[in-house]
Design a protein around this ligand. Structure first.
Ligand SMILES: C[S@@+](CC[C@H](N)C(=O)[O-])C[C@H]1O[C@@H](n2cnc3c(N)ncnc32)[C@H](O)[C@@H]1O
Length: 487
């Protein structure tokens, strides 16, 4: 199959983990950029990228690169595109835009001009203009402008890939699923030891951990991907990818989620049930202060309240307690904590062995790793310690800026705000760094399981796919799925 260029978008700090996922999936020419990874692959890889990647938020397929310095220039160039290649006059469409340029003050205006160009093209050539649909378009185009570099892409994902489809309800500040999976992948936990999140809220971290442990695709629960409406959609190819569960594996350890709030535990259970993973995760109401020692090699990953959107009368006391419990309950294990205030981290009172800058939405956070030894740290470092440096993302140029933001935040309670009145940021100036390791693994060539052999059913209903799998509850569709707020 022909290979083409693709862009996987992600959150700042997750680029290296995403690049690793892409190489494992069989992508070629994987190159890390800022909040994105570019790569090449064929149509099957595009389907797999949407279905299997845990740390991508969308997969774009660029089809035109050009230079322009104004929205009118963009319009003129877009009028000349042969749009029938991508859509029919009867299709509805939407245009997204991301602009980092002083020449283009209003990103929305650029999107309008691209829409005008498409509509005028079809009216002139076919006497009919396609409908613009915001809610449920057949095709989503994306224009990206950095200075005068413009790229037009097709969005193959549609709704952000963090919307896995298993979330039934949310608590006040759920962690984004992509960030939760990214934190677990950074930690190197691969299902070969016990796992616990003692402040699990709606259960995002334990659920993503269970998917990783079983090597189950995060796209299993989604009701649709945008590429399913494309002219060249290959139903059989996607069906074979969807039904291939040959990579799934058994899990023989435990995954536990606790929270002091009974409502959170109820929600976590509902979400895990929707993912068909309730039998793999034990959720219980428990205050972290009452936590008991765990098995050696247990990995703890948690997202405590930051005090940004959750009120907590004694936030610093909470972090002091977290440090105390870590020291007493996790001997021989490791704890990973995401937070964004230096003074909170200070209260933990333990020396982190890794600090990884990550953005949680607009909040410049850090994921810190704590290894708990019963002996001395020095002797551990000299000996056969388990510091798994290979999994840690390479520190990028943004680290200092990130630190400055973090420092600026200490003692400042207001949420971080983007500079108002500016429609551009210079974050994407750097040329993409080519990944050094160009090696890639071919995707598994094992035979696919047919639905009749116990694979997932994948049939057509009223023009859309309906997916059923025996024994696995399907996610409910409707307005309840999806995140309210992300902390
Ligand atoms: C930021 S939320 C976690 C969100 C979660 N990662 C999710 O995706 O829904 C923090 C959670 O910590 C819980 N929490 C706060 N103090 C706690 C304590 N002492 N013991 C256990 N849970 C606690 C809160 O009830 C809240 O659900």
């Amino acid at each position: 199959m022909t290979e083409f260029e693709m862009i996987a978008k992600t959150f700042q700090g997750l680029e290296e983990v995403l690049a690793k996922e892409l190489k494992e999936l069989g992508a070629n020419e994987v190159a890390v950029g800022n909040r994105m990874v570019s790569f090449r692959g064929d149509k099957a890889l595009m389907y797999k990228a949407n279905f299997h990647l845990r740390t991508a938020i969308r997969i774009l397929v660029p089809f035109l690169h050009f230079r322009a310095k104004s929205a009118d220039e963009v319009y003129e160039i877009c009028r000349k595109v042969e749009w029938e290649k991508y859509m029919l006059p009867g299709n509805s469409f939407a245009v997204d835009s991301v602009v980092y340029s002083e020449d283009f003050r209003h990103s929305k205006f650029v999107a309008y001009r691209v829409k005008d160009a498409i509509a005028d093209y079809f009216r002139e050539k076919h006497g009919k203009r396609p409908n613009v649909s915001v809610a449920n378009p057949d095709l989503i185009f994306h224009i990206h402008i950095s200075h005068d570099d413009c790229s037009l892409s097709l969005d193959s994902s549609g709704e952000s890939l963090h919307k896995r489809g298993y979330r039934q309800e949310t608590m006040e500040a759920p962690l984004n699923e992509v960030l939760a999976a990214g934190m677990i992948l950074i930690s190197g936990w691969d299902g070969k030891s016990d796992f616990v999140d003692p402040m699990c809220g709606s259960g995002t971290i334990p659920i993503e951990a269970a998917l990783i442990a079983r090597n189950m695709a995060p796209g299993l629960f989604r009701s649709r991907f945008a590429f399913e409406k494309w002219k060249d959609f290959d139903r059989d190819l996607f069906e074979s990818i969807y039904n291939d569960d040959s990579g799934e594996r058994r899990f023989e350890f435990s995954i536990r989620g606790y929270d002091k709030d009974p409502k959170a535990i109820l929600t976590a259970r509902r979400n895990a049930k929707a993912a068909g993973l309730l039998d793999m995760i034990s959720f219980e109401v428990r205050d972290f202060k009452d936590f008991q020692p765990v098995n050696e090699r247990t990995v703890m990953i948690t997202n405590p309240p930051y005090g940004e959107r959750l009120s907590n009368e004694n936030l610093l006391g909470l972090y002091e307690m977290i440090g105390e419990r870590l020291k007493h309950c996790f001997v021989g294990g490791e704890g990973w904590i995401i937070s964004y205030r230096y003074e909170c981290f200070d209260k933990i009172g333990l020396k982190p062995s890794a600090k990884i800058p990550l953005f949680n939405g607009a909040l410049p956070c850090e994921l810190r790793k704590y290894e708990i030894f019963d002996g001395r740290y020095d002797s551990f470092k000299r000996g056969e310690g388990s510091l798994k440096k290979e999994n840690l993302p390479v520190r990028r140029g943004t680290t200092l800026r990130h630190k400055a933001r973090l420092a600026e935040k200490a003692g400042d309670d207001r949420p971080f705000k983007k500079t108002e009145g500016k429609s551009f940021r210079k974050t994407e100036d750097r040329p993409f760094r080519k990944s050094e390791d160009k090696s890639f693994r071919k995707s598994e060539g094992k035979p696919f399981r047919k639905a009749s052999e116990g694979g997932r059913q994948f049939g057509k209903t009223e023009g859309r796919f309906s997916r059923k799998e025996s024994g696995r509850p399907m996610p409910k569709k409707g307005p309840k799925s999806g995140n309210k707020k992300q902390q």
